[in-house]
Design a protein around this ligand. Structure first.
Ligand code: FMN
Length: 536
């Protein structure tokens, strides 16, 4: 953890450090477990008082933390708190304020239990360490679940570590874990199945193949059922591959299947699969737009022995993926007044501009992933009018994608450069690297021309999103996806995007009611493909 900033934050950190040094002597006079109890009560107190919690969180903010994506979760930084400290979920809000990116609550057992007889925690002062043999004392699942409900600090990843009741015989332990999965899956981002504590008699025997196969089988099947109930898939293995390393799609899929089998230690039998790929779908085939690859569902099914194979356009997968997004996967630009069962728009600038509409149909959505990116570019002011003229001279008809895409951002930059006398180093780097160089120059170096280009791009993006939203009265939400939005999130949230989104003349009040979110996870398409596969 790093103490953030100067001024008030730094002095609060210093005050907390002084308080700790003063109280340390006192705490060390107490029995170690009692000292832990006192510390927990203080931390829980901080967590329960929002203004104090906010001040502590500001003081301990982690500047320049690099988020990490693992197992489908986005961890805001690399430091988390392991299980055992906050056994009953009483202090996690206060602990989050100290800067932990993730917190694992527990170990939690189904019912309250006292744990091993005291004393059971021993200080080794000279070695600055501790021996613990607590044996899962705790207040039980129902109590902990209550502590975990309610608002969550933004970005925090919350895990729950689950363990069996001491009194449960080993051959019935599966039921304890299943029960705990049911309670905590809706509340936690991940669950850790504890079969390693040495302090519950026999627990480690669950690691023996005879027990483990049954336990993992039961956990996996419960996970499948929950994925259906919660409407979000729970992954077993995720991999990211560079397409350039493979001759074709089958070679890539073969690698994934091999890795899955190695991880599971047995053959993989796939009942159903869905693949999203960038390209038009025709029949059961996709010819990819930017790769010489052709995917054929029948060939894939036969080659890999998969019961059912669906191929979908990547933007269709993204539109379905919206149904599986969690609160940590989006940043809201406009709350609006959401309506249930209303149309949604997913729009995403990247290599091109993808647009999909999700229209309610019964309890689900029908996805229309058309060619919205090729709608005409509608200039909204004089500068955009001049941009249109410049592009029209080069391209003839100007589509939104000509402006709102990676190549579009580079075109905007060139348009702003026109008439400027000399070639600059920045201009050279934009010529060779394109959009990535413009956002880097704008966001890291505050280059004036790159900043203007990015802001003009954002205004055009907002206006286009607003037009599509208007077309279907998107009170179900507008989801801004695609790689570009994530990378320029700060600037998107600065106001230009929403101003352009809402500037719809007589219809401004309609757009103002539409919820608008930026999708911050890279897994939107993956989530959608998994849902489609699960639904068959
Ligand atoms: C007092 C104490 C209680 C713990 N209780 C649990 C527990 O309930 N569940 C668990 O999975 N691990 C428990 N652990 C283990 C920690 O989660 C962690 O794995 C261990 O302390 C090693 O990490 P460290 O080197 O950062 O301390 C406990 C550790 C300590 C010191």
């Amino acid at each position: 953890m790093a103490a953030g900033g100067a001024g008030r934050g730094a002095s609060l950190v210093e005050a907390i450090r002084m308080l700790y040094l003063l109280s340390r002597k006192l705490l060390f006079r107490l029995d170690p477990e009692a000292a832990h109890g006192v510390a927990m009560r203080v931390i829980a107190g901080v967590g329960a008082l929002p203004p104090l919690r906010a001040a502590v969180a500001a003081a301990y903010a982690v500047p320049d933390a690099e988020p990490v994506e693992a197992f489908g979760l986005r961890f805001p930084n690399r430091v988390g708190l392991a299980a055992g400290y906050d056994k009953d979920g009483e202090g996690w809000r206060g602990l989050a304020a100290l800067g932990f990116g993730h917190i694992e609550v527990g170990t939690v057992t189904p019912e309250p239990q006292p744990g091993n007889p005291r004393p059971r925690v021993f200080r080794l002062e000279s070695q600055r360490s501790l021996i613990n043999r607590m044996g899962f004392p705790g207040r039980g699942a129902a109590y902990v679940a209550k502590q975990l409900r309610g608002p969550r600090p933004a970005g925090l990843v919350l895990g729950v570590n689950i363990g069996k009741q001491k009194s449960t015989p080993l051959d019935e332990a599966v039921h304890d874990y299943q029960e705990l999965i049911d309670v905590f899956a809706p509340l936690a981002d991940y669950l850790a199945v504890n079969i390693s504590s040495p302090n519950t008699p026999g627990l480690r025997r669950l690691q023996e193949p005879g027990f483990l196969a049954g336990l993992l089988g039961a956990v996996a099947s419960r996970r499948g059922e929950l994925a259906d109930r919660l409407g979000r898939p729970v992954p077993v293995l995720e991999r990211r591959y560079a397409v350039a390393s493979f001759a074709d799609f089958s070679a890539m899929l073969a690698r994934f299947v091999d890795e899955c089998q190695a991880q599971r230690g047995r053959d993989l039998r796939l009942a159903s699969a869905c693949f999203g790929a960038a390209g038009p779908v025709s029949g059961n085939c996709i010819r990819m737009t930017n790769l010489p690859w052709r995917l054929d569902a029948a060939v894939i099914a036969a080659q890999f022995g998969i019961g059912r194979v669906r191929l979908v356009n990547d933007f269709e997968a993204a539109a379905v993926g919206v149904e599986a997004l969690g609160p940590g996967d989006i940043t809201t630009l406009q709350r609006g007044e959401p309506l249930p069962q209303a149309a949604r728009v997913v729009i995403g600038a990247g290599t091109g501009l993808g647009v999909a509409y999700a229209l309610p149909q019964g309890k689900r959505y029908r996805i229309i992933a058309g060619e919205g990116g090729h709608a005409g570019f509608a200039p909204a002011d004089d500068e955009q009018m001049r941009l249109w003229q410049a592009l029209h001279a080069q391209l003839g008809r100007v589509s939104v994608e000509h402006v709102v895409s990676g190549a579009g951002l580079a075109r905007i930059y060139e348009f702003l450069c026109a008439g400027l006398p000399q070639a600059t180093a920045s201009r050279e780097s934009v010529r060779s690297e394109g959009a990535a160089a413009i956002s880097r120059l704008a966001l890291e170096q505050n280059d004036p021309l790159a900043c203007r280009a990015l802001d003009l791009f954002i205004a055009c993006y907002g206006a286009a999103a607003g037009d599509h939203a208007l077309a279907v009265s998107a009170r179900g939400g507008v989801y801004v996806a695609g790689g570009m939005a994530r990378k320029i999130l700060g600037r998107l949230a600065a106001g230009g995007f929403m101003a352009a989104f809402n500037a719809k003349g007589a219809h401004t009040h309609l757009n103002g009611r539409m919820p608008v979110h930026v999708v911050t996870t890279e897994r939107l398409g993956l989530l959608g493909a998994a849902l489609i596969a699960a639904r068959g």
